[in-house]
Structure formats: structure tokens, C-alpha cells
Ligand binder design. Structure first.
Ligand SMILES: [Ca+2]
Ligand SMILES: [Ca+2]
Ligand SMILES: [Ca+2]
Ligand SMILES: [Ca+2]
Length: 456
């Protein structure tokens, strides 16, 4: 029986029985069963309910595997970026910048910051956001000034959407003039528990900070800054990346947002003003120190948050989920995801955790980046999904290569870009790779999910 039909039937039966229980005089089940014995309808209902109850309450998932190379179709968003190639492309965000109802994509190169207007899956128009003041890799979009239009935060600056972004560049404001180096991760999360999102940034040259967003941000002014830790600095533990794309969440069940770095989690105490370090069994060091992509989620559906972690900025990247034991100070066990495709992985600089095949369970996405300095071995850069094939609430993953055309990715982002009800993936090159599937030229990309509206 199809899962939806089964749940609809179960729902109907439970509602009917609850109604009967509530309206049975004497409030006892004996009367209900007496009624059942004299009423064919309720006998059928109860008999139908028994096997469902005895089969356990786990959804009996369709065991068919849905994800393979045919599910996603690659298109270029751009394949003629201007300018030089020795800098790398960063600052990815996915938001509806022109407020026309579809998701647009932004990223930067050395020459500046662009947003790509979504006309259709094969037609994207490049617009300028503005200039960068220094090399920047991390970015995120949020409505900073509360005018309803998504803005972009990069480094120590935020770029205000002009409200006419097709015609007019964004206006740049500086929120921290002390930041003098690349900020690798930019996140928005409520750190002090007042119900409003704060800005959280990580850069190995500056530190890990959170900022309260001011109510009148339209000026160059240092925002109220709280230091989470300076352990990330190059001269200390050198932590290059960690909190992106979803490494902030409640790990100890006390309803405040904690934070994940490659080899540790930091416990939020006293509304984001005190942070206590606890070890995690994951991070390994590469040429940029410790670096990972992290995603907090309750993956095994037992009520506590687990963590999906992928190495980045290093060769032979691994990926695992870390199971939370539910303790008051939780401990985590690393469950490494299987790698069955041949070759050694490159740098996994992307991570998404969500339902990519609309079957109700959580899958995991990453890819190798195109990068001569952190190359794959024995295979070109590829895209991978660990498809959840479990039939219970405890996950079980199998690795699927979903794209293998010499196109790598970097800080890929996921959303329903073509608005058809399934999740698509946008990404871009990291740096020039002469052997790339775009003849060695830089590019932006979309992997169209063909689950819905898939051609015959
Ligand atoms: Ca749009
Ligand atoms: Ca917490
Ligand atoms: Ca859990
Ligand atoms: Ca879609």
C-alpha cells in the first residue's frame, strides 16, 4: 500500500475511533468493542487498524532507490565569466533578489560580485551587485534593513539591495572596520535568544564573532560584536571553516543555539556570551588547517540533533554523520558514509542535507571542487548523493554519483529554482581547472532535479 494512502487510512481510522471513544457513554473501551461486535463497520475498522498497529508506527517506506545520474540534468548558468582566474570564485547566495517569485543566484570573482537573474533554467542574466574590497569567499543573504528585499553580507560589509537590482547596483555598508581578512563562513542565527537573527562570521585571520543587527543599519558603523572564540586564528588552532552551511543549532536540548567546528562543538551559555568547548570525533587537518562543512539535524528521528560533517579544503575528504547520544552534555559517535565509487575524493566544499527525491526521508549531497591544488585522484570531480534507503527511522545510506562530466562544485546551494516542486542545485567553479567540462573556463551551474516534470 502506498505510504500516503496508508497514512490517510490510519488517520481516518484513528479519528473515527477517537470520536467513538469520546462519545461512548461510560467512557470505556468495552462499550466500544461491544459496539464493534454488533456493527460491521467498526469491526472492519478495528480489524484494519490491528495490522497497522502491529507493524509498528514507522512509515513503511518505498524501498525503491530513486537517485542516480538520470535524476539530475546539468545546465550552465554562465560559461563566459569575465576577467582573471587566479583568485577563486566565492560568495554564493541563493535568494529572490528581484522579488519576482523565483530564486536568483549570486557569486563573486576577483572582478566583483554578481547576481544572476533567473529567467529560466537555461537563461540567466548577469547583473552587478558591487565591488569587493578584498578577497572574500563566505557570504549569505538576508534582509538586513528589514525593507523586504534580500541583501548580501560579505566580509566586514553588507550590500543593500537597491530595490531595483536589475538596473541599479547594491549599496555597500561596512559593519565592522576591524575585519581585514577573508571571512570564510557567514551565517544568520539567534545567538542571544531574543527571537531575532544575529550575524555570525568565521575567519581564520580575525576570529569567530556574532553581531546584533542594529535597527538602523544604513550607515558605516561597527555593530555590537561578541567574540565566540579566537581559537580559530591561524596562530592558534587554525580553523578555516565550520559553521556553514547549517552548523548552528541546539545540540544539548536546552533551547539555545550551539555551534559546530570541525573537531569540536561550542556550547552556548549565558545567551551567547560564554562558550564551552567539547570535542567531536571528526575534523582532520589539510593545507588550510581544520575545515569542514556542517549541518545540524535530527537525522535518526530520536528527538536530539545530530550533525552531518564533510571535510573541506583538503584532499581525500570524508563525510559522516555524528550521532548524538542524548546526554545533558551530549557525546557523538561518527558514522562514516560509504564510498563505493572508484577514486580518491577531492575537497568537499559543499553540503546539503534534505529530501532530494521527495520520498519523505533525508538525503545528503556534496561534490568535489575543481581545483588543481586539491585534486581528486583516479576520477574527475564528481557530485554525490547519499540516498537514504532505510525502511525505519534510523538512516541507512548508499552512495550515488549524480554527475560525472568534469564539472565540480563549490558551496553549492539547494532550492526549488524552477518552481516545479523538487529541489534543484546551483553551484559554480572554485578555480580554473584546465581539464574542466567547460573547456577549462570558469562557469556557473544548475543541476535540475527531474523528479517532477521529468520527460517521458
Ligand atoms: Ca527572482
Ligand atoms: Ca543549546
Ligand atoms: Ca538524533
Ligand atoms: Ca525543481
Amino acid at each position: 500500500m502506498k505510504i500516503n494512502l496508508r497514512f490517510r487510512l490510519l488517520n481516518h481510522i484513528v479519528k473515527s475511533l477517537m470520536y467513538e471513544i469520546r462519545h461512548t457513554t461510560g467512557n470505556n473501551l468495552r462499550e466500544l468493542f461491544n459496539k464493534a461486535s454488533s456493527n460491521t463497520y467498526y469491526t472492519v475498522l478495528i480489524l484494519a487498524l490491528l495490522p497497522i498497529l502491529f507493524s509498528g508506527c514507522q512509515p513503511n517506506r518505498d524501498q525503491k532507490e530513486n537517485i542516480d545520474e538520470r535524476l539530475f540534468q546539468h545546465h550552465f548558468i554562465t560559461r563566459d565569466l569575465p576577467g582573471t582566474t587566479d583568485w577563486g570564485y566565492g560568495c554564493s547566495t541563493l535568494a529572490d533578489f528581484d522579488m519576482d517569485g523565483d530564486l536568483d543566484y549570486s557569486f563573486s570573482g576577483k572582478e566583483g560580485l554578481y547576481w544572476f537573474e533567473n529567467h529560466s533554467i537555461d537563461h540567466w542574466e548577469r547583473h552587478e551587485v558591487g565591488e569587493l574590497t578584498l578577497r572574500a569567499l563566505g557570504a549569505n543573504s538576508m534582509d538586513v534593513d528589514n525593507d523586504g528585499w534580500p541583501d548580501i553580507v560579505i566580509g566586514g560589509y553588507w550590500y543593500r539591495n537597491s530595490q531595483n537590482p536589475r538596473e541599479q547596483k547594491f549599496e555597500r555598508f561596512q559593519y565592522d572596520n576591524r575585519i581585514q581578512s577573508n571571512i570564510h563562513d557567514v551565517m544568520f542565527a539567534d545567538m542571544d535568544g531574543d527571537g531575532r537573527n544575529d550575524l555570525v562570521v568565521l575567519g581564520e585571520g580575525d576570529g569567530l564573532f556574532w553581531y546584533k543587527l542594529p535597527s538602523h543599519p544604513l550607515k558605516d558603523e561597527n555593530w555590537e560584536r561578541h567574540t565566540v572564540t579566537l581559537d580559530v586564528l591561524v596562530k592558534n588552532d587554525r580553523i578555516h571553516g565550520g559553521i556553514a552551511p547549517n552548523g548552528i543549532g541546539d545540540l544539548d536540548g536546552d533551547n539555545d543555539n550551539d555551534l559546530v567546528l570541525p573537531d569540536r562543538w561550542l556550547e552556548n551559555q549565558e545567551n551567547g556570551t560564554k562558550w564551552v568547548k567539547h570535542a567531536l570525533p571528526f575534523g582532520k587537518r589539510g593545507p588550510f588547517g581544520l575545515s569542514s562543512r556542517n549541518w545540524i539535524i535530527d537525522l535518526d528521528n530520536d528527538g536530539d540533533n545530530d550533525i552531518v560533517m564533510a571535510d573541506c579544503d583538503q584532499q581525500a575528504s570524508r563525510i559522516a554523520w555524528l550521532e548524538n547520544n542524548g546526554g545533558a552534555i551530549p557525546a557523538f559517535t561518527a558514522r562514516f558514509l560509504p564510498m563505493s565509487a572508484p577514486g580518491i575524493r577531492g575537497s568537499f566544499h559543499s553540503l546539503f542535507v534534505g529530501d532530494l527525491d521527495n520520498d519523505g526521508d533525508i538525503d545528503i549531497l556534496t561534490c568535489d571542487q575543481e581545483d588543481d591544488s586539491l585534486p581528486t585522484e583516479g576520477a574527475p570531480p564528481r557530485w554525490y548523493v547519499w540516498e537514504n534507503i532505510s525502511t525505519t527511522s534510523y538512516p541507512e545510506f548508499v552512495e550515488k554519483v549524480i554527475l560525472n562530466n568534469k564539472i565540480g562544485g563549490h558551496d553549492a546551494l539547494v532550492g526549488d529554482v524552477d518552481g516545479d516542486g523538487d529541489l534543484d542545485i546551483v553551484s559554480k567553479v572554485w578555480n580554473l581547472w584546465p581539464e574542466s567540462g567547460n573547456n577549462g573556463i570558469e562557469h556557473g551551474d544548475i543541476l535540475e532535479n527531474r523528479l517532477i516534470n521529468q520527460p517521458e
